[in-house]
Design a protein around this ligand. Structure first.
Ligand code: ARG
Length: 458
């Protein structure tokens, strides 16, 4: 059995993790908001979302990822209103302006009632399709989207759908009409409230008729049902939104929008080395771009530009995924870029080491013909770890916890390194043993490659 397993090709290993009855899933993750730059907090949904998407995909399911941009509602109206009030021409804005305007506009809105009223007025105009507001919204959102796409490209993230809250705004009037017709909602002081018996009651529309986060999320389900009718929905979003998703999921069932399964995959926050929220020295949110640059600077000292690029992305992926998603963790740039310890660099170096051994041999010569003669302890340990792969993969996938797979990747590298230190692979006179050890190397590299692909590392 074991010898047979060790001879499996990459595709045959993948077969061991495939499902008998594949399904269709939506992965909703990333979700940056217009007017704000992508910051360190976006690392987790991006990494966890992509890893889960890849796990489900490699096991044979049909997967659809959607970034679900926050591109509608109050923030947008705050930005536009602020520009109108201060005579900033929307068409002259650059991305940096937007990033400065948004915090100011939002602060101003909470301090100044008159401004706040104008924000609401503009929002309802926008909701009603006002031409000028719509075209200004388009300009402002395109600006942020370009910037978002640039960083996503650098981090090697791709989405099947680049939709947002705005995508479904056109579906809302009819959705609301149907909810009323079916007696699923009632009016409460002008606001629209679900008739479902919950505490607190679930708000569907504000009293001034503007849409809430809930409203667009409900309409998004209708849209996804119509376009894809998925078997399952995964929302990879910060733990702090768990109440929202509880309300969303129960409303979906109550309104009979979908029979599929819905799951919120939450995660904790990333803190600095002192355990405080990750901020720049000036106290602003830490842009993802800056974290990337800071890591790159360290790695570029010892590596070529291209390698430093790849390693930087690996650090951004691995350091994040190796932590249990349920808890908070401290992002320690120095520790995570070290060549020793549970780091992306240690893993990348191990992979390179195996590849360089394999480069010097003709792998086809070693396909068959080996047994368990003179099995040494570190070799046996490595083999035992290899045999655990599908079990760990499935645990990681079923619990939607990538850290099991990330931990396993480290274990596999450690076991390989002991093996490499303890045994002679190529200069063994006994061909049986040499065959076996080369096969062990090949399967190790195949499993490493599968995990790299799944976790999103190059
Ligand atoms: N834009 C949201 C935020 O920044 C995340 C979107 C999550 N997806 C969703 N369908 N609600 O909090």
């Amino acid at each position: 059995e074991i010898i047979k397993y060790l001879q499996k090709s990459k595709n045959e290993i993948i077969k061991t993790i495939q499902e008998e009855t594949p399904k269709k899933y939506i992965f909703d993750y990333g979700g940056p908001n217009i007017g704000k730059s992508m910051h360190v907090g976006h690392l987790r949904p991006l990494n966890i979302g992509r890893a889960l998407y890849n796990m489900y995909k490699i096991s044979g399911n049909e997967c659809i990822s959607d970034i679900h941009l926050g591109d509608w509602g109050i923030p947008i109206s705050q930005i536009l209103t602020f520009c109108y009030e201060n005579n900033h021409k929307i068409e002259d804005l650059i991305v940096e302006d937007l990033q400065n305007i948004y915090p100011e506009a939002s602060k101003y809105s909470s301090e100044n009632q008159e401004f706040k009223n104008k924000v609401n007025e503009n929002l309802s105009k926008l909701n009603n399709g006002d031409k000028k507001l719509l075209s200004d919204w388009k300009i402002a959102s395109e600006l942020t989207i370009q910037n978002i796409k640039k960083i996503l490209h650098e981090l090697d993230h791709r989405f099947d759908l680049f939709y947002g809250e705005s995508t479904v705004v056109g579906l809302i009037p009819e959705m609301v009409e149907d909810l009323k017709k079916n007696n699923f909602v009632r009016s409460d002081d002008g606001a629209l409230v679900s008739n479902e018996n919950t505490d607190p009651p679930i708000l569907i529309l504000k009293s001034d008729g503007t849409y809430l986060y809930m409203t667009t999320d409900l309409a998004t389900v209708l849209d996804r049902e119509k376009q894809f009718s998925p078997d399952g929905y995964f929302y990879i979003v910060d733990n702090r939104q768990s109440e929202h998703f509880k309300q969303l999921f129960s409303s979906i069932k109550y309104f009979q929008f979908s029979n599929s399964s819905f799951e919120h995959i939450g995660f904790g926050t990333i803190n600095d080395t002192e355990g405080k929220p990750f901020k720049t020295r000036q106290g602003d949110v830490y842009p993802l771009e800056s974290l990337r640059e800071d890591i790159y600077k360290i790695l570029n000292k010892k590596n070529s530009d291209t390698n430093a690029e790849i390693l930087t992305n690996s650090v951004l992926v691995y350091s994040d995924l190796v932590f249990d998603r349920h808890s908070n963790y401290k992002f320690d740039i120095n520790k995570f870029t070290n060549t020793e310890g549970k780091t992306a660099i240690y893993i990348q170096y191990t992979k390179v080491r195996i590849e360089s051994v394999l480069r010097n041999i003709n792998q086809d010569q070693y396909a068959e013909n080996f047994d368990d003669e003179q099995l040494n302890t570190s070799e046996e340990n490595l083999i035992m770890t290899i045999l655990k792969f599908s079990e760990i993969f499935n645990r990681s996938k079923n619990l939607k916890e990538p850290h099991h797979l990330a931990e396993y990747l480290y274990e596999l590298c450690q076991k390989f390194n002991s093996f490499y230190k303890d045994v002679k692979i190529l200069d063994n006179k006994n061909m049986h043993i040499q065959n076996r050890r080369v096969n062990v190397l090949i399967i190790t590299i195949n499993i490493l490659e599968i995990i790299f692909e799944v976790l999103g590392m190059k």
